[in-house]
Write a protein that binds this ligand. Structure first.
Ligand code: NDP
Length: 534
């Protein structure tokens, strides 16, 4: 049976041709101007809009990345006028911009607001009328990006109501601005978390699929929009020297780390239900893993790349539920010190239950059952209130098969490591052994280091800027596809259920002091492997 994205070959082809034209144009920062469009932010009174979406759109505006004709319509229950919405956002944007209000004035003229009651269909018809009016005023040709910046519990209801109000429809050449060849386009951006488990992710996909085609749906993972994460595929597939050694014959293990010093902050309501596995592993950690582990796609097109990621997710070895302690450590932070400052434990955070068992730390050892990776452990670590904010993927190569220096240096020579840094260092470094200058034979580990930003002085695209721009140009490569979402939930579901139902559950959640690298039990899972953060 064909998959929903198999119908999208014509779009993929059109996108490929557009990409070829862009590359011929030689611009690295921006892929040319997107079509005129309206960006509609649902939940526009919230945190994500103020901290991420509007600053990203504003920066795109400053760099000439938005369409020449564009508008941004915020919608939420809060009763604001256009002016009130602009005033609300001005501060956030200008703080980020260092106070230069010049471009803000032209940007603000394109900001509009419409109150919306999420469960009232009539309210969506009013929204549709307002959008038609703005289309006529601005000339956006009926092209629209709907961004769901609302709590995840509202995704289904809002997606269905958009569809019922006719707002998902594409290809209407009679769109308010008089239409365009091929008609208008409509895209739906869905924030994380996409579902709470496999069943809810399937329900959400089904609800969205009632009115939106898969090609219209952009399930965001802002990690993928980070330049250094995208660069993993360039490093692997645009260089001849890495791929021949990128397999079980040469690689001992891979570690993928994404840790933070922050605690739960203001997100306790969400985090109490989610915990670290849902919050970080189902999405970001598995996307990072797929970037390192996927097979080379035949072409650098969204569907070909996402096909290969899907194959990787399909190959994840199920966890042996009767031996979970050998593969997984969960933890929860206690009071401690972050950068010399005392901080409270998770259970003392506002909004957190005093007997909460939500895990704030996980380390898991994962295997991929395919030809390339058989037997190679992938160690994934993520958590809050840890010693350092760090995001990186490290390829640990095998030791030399035989040390001819063993009489002088002993049997072990440190193995090579390729470090793909995302934060704080956006860098690639390769460690190798070198002779110390001098008469005696002494080896030392040295680094070949490439700073991703070296010799590049131009403006940069931050993750949300890239993600929003890709939505506007219809490029889905950096977004989750339906099958990937469902496969990763399917893989994690049993593990999460086991962790949440095992008795006594508190024994599974190990305490760790804030400011450390997690519970002591990590060493049992790591066994012979080094600390992934060192
Ligand atoms: P908020 O909690 O700030 O909610 C956004 C808006 O939704 C609110 O301003 C409110 O607007 C409306 N709202 C909130 N709660 C309810 C409710 N119970 N019923 C109806 N409406 C409600 O969310 P964020 O902006 O933080 O996040 C939006 C989405 O983005 C979420 O799905 C989140 O998981 C995701 N996300 C957020 C990140 C962030 O940094 N904030 C990071 C990554 C993902 P009003 O009352 O005016 O209708």
């Amino acid at each position: 049976m064909p998959e929903p994205w198999d119908d999208d070959a014509p779009q993929t082809q059109a996108r490929a041709e557009a990409l070829e034209e862009d590359w011929a144009g030689g611009s690295c920062l921006l892929p040319g101007r997107p079509d005129p469009c309206l960006v509609v932010i649902l939940g526009a009174s919230g945190d994500l809009t103020q901290r991420k979406l509007i600053p990203a759109l504003y920066n795109l505006h400053r760099h000439g990345g938005l369409p020449e004709t564009f508008g941004i319509l915020g919608a939420a229950r809060t009763e604001w006028s256009d002016q009130e919405f602009r005033a609300h956002l001005r501060q956030a944007v200008l703080e980020a911009d260092g106070g230069d209000s010049g471009p803000w004035e032209t940007f603000a003229q394109r900001l509009f607001y419409q109150p919306l009651v999420y469960d009232d269909l009539h309210s969506y018809h009013e929204l549709a009328k307002r959008l038609d009016k703005l289309d006529r005023k601005l000339g956006c040709r009926g092209n629209r990006v709907f961004n769901l910046a609302i709590p995840p519990t509202l995704y289904t209801q809002v997606a269905l109501n958009l569809g019922r109000a006719g707002l998902a429809a594409e290809g209407q050449t009679g769109s308010p601005a008089g239409g365009q060849p091929g008609g208008n386009w409509v895209r739906l951006v869905v924030e994380k978390p996409f579902g709470h488990d496999l069943a809810s992710a399937r329900q959400l996909n089904a609800a969205i699929g009632r009115f939106f085609h898969e090609r219209q749906v952009f399930r965001i993972d802002h990690y993928l929009a980070k330049q250094t994460v995208q660069n993993v595929l360039m490093l692997r597939f645009a260089n001849a020297i890495f791929e021949p050694v990128w397999n079980r014959n040469y690689i001992d293990h891979v570690s993928i780390v994404s840790t933070e010093t922050l605690g739960v902050e203001h997100r306790a309501g969400y985090y109490e239900r989610a915990g670290v596995i849902r919050d970080m592993f189902q999405n970001h950690m598995l996307q990072l893993l797929s970037m390192v582990a996927m097979e080379p796609p035949s072409l650098f097109f969204a569907e070909r790349v996402r096909d290969e990621k899907t194959k990787t997710f399909r190959s994840l070895r199920p966890f042996p539920l009767d031996r979970m302690d050998d593969y997984l450590v969960l933890g929860q932070y206690q009071e401690g010190q972050i950068q010399g400052r005392p901080v409270v434990g998770y259970r003392q955070e506002p909004g957190v239950a005093p007997d909460s068992l939500a895990p704030t730390f996980a380390l898991m050892k994962v295997y991929i059952d395919n030809w390339r990776w058989q037997g190679v452990p992938f160690v994934l670590v993520s958590g809050k209130r840890l010693a350092r904010k760090l995001t990186r993927m490290v390829i640990h190569f095998k030791e030399v098969p035989h040390s001819l220096f063993r009489q002088v240096l002993g049997p072990h020579i440190s193995a090579n490591r390729l470090i793909l840094g995302v934060h704080p260092e956006e860098a690639i470094s390769l460690t190798f052994q070198s002779k110390n200058p001098g008469a005696r034979l002494c080896l030392r580990s040295v680094n070949m280091f490439f700073d991703f930003n070296r010799d590049y002085a131009g403006p940069r695209l931050e993750a949300y800027e890239k993600a929003l721009l890709d939505c506007m140009v219809g490029e889905q490569m950096l977004f989750w596809r339906q099958d990937g979402i469902e496969l990763t939930w399917a893989w994690l579901d049993e593990l999460i259920q086991q962790c949440e139902t095992c008795q006594p559950r508190q024994e599974r959640i190990r305490p760790y002091p804030a400011g450390t690298w997690g519970p002591e039990e990590v060493w049992r899972v790591l066994d012979r492997l080094p600390a992934p953060w060192s």
